[in-house]
Design a protein around this ligand. Structure first.
Ligand SMILES: [Zn+2]
Length: 113
């Protein structure tokens, strides 16, 4: 049985803090949240995400969040925190965009068109 990763939702979230010297401008981050994942599972899997499969759904994530699906991105284990606990994609666009994207993803059986 083949499995496929699909994007169920993607939200563009304005950052709640104001840019300051404590929070210097940084490029938008994209965090993917697997559905049906417990808090514990999430904690233990943070350092072993299926990055290749994540890359493949990124155009869908960008589109759902209202962005061009051609925006370049790169995976970073340290996207959200310098200790590596919050991996995600960093969008290669204007570093003054004050938002991040949170996307819900899930694994489905078979191939969804
Ligand atoms: Zn951390």
């Amino acid at each position: 049985m083949t499995q496929q990763l699909i994007v169920t939702d993607a939200r563009k979230c304005e950052r709640s803090y104001k840019l300051s010297c404590l929070f210097p401008p940084s490029k938008p981050r994209v965090y993917l949240w697997p559905e049906d994942e417990s808090v514990m599972d999430n904690f233990f899997r943070r350092w072993a995400r299926p990055v290749k499969a994540y890359r493949e759904v990124m155009p869908a994530v960008l589109k759902k969040a209202g962005l061009e699906d051609t925006v370049k991105f790169r995976w970073s284990q340290k996207a959200g925190c310098s200790c590596g606990c919050s991996p995600g994609f960093i969008l290669q666009m204007s570093k003054y965009s004050n938002f991040d994207i949170h996307a819900d993803i899930k694994v489905v059986e078979g191939v969804v068109k």
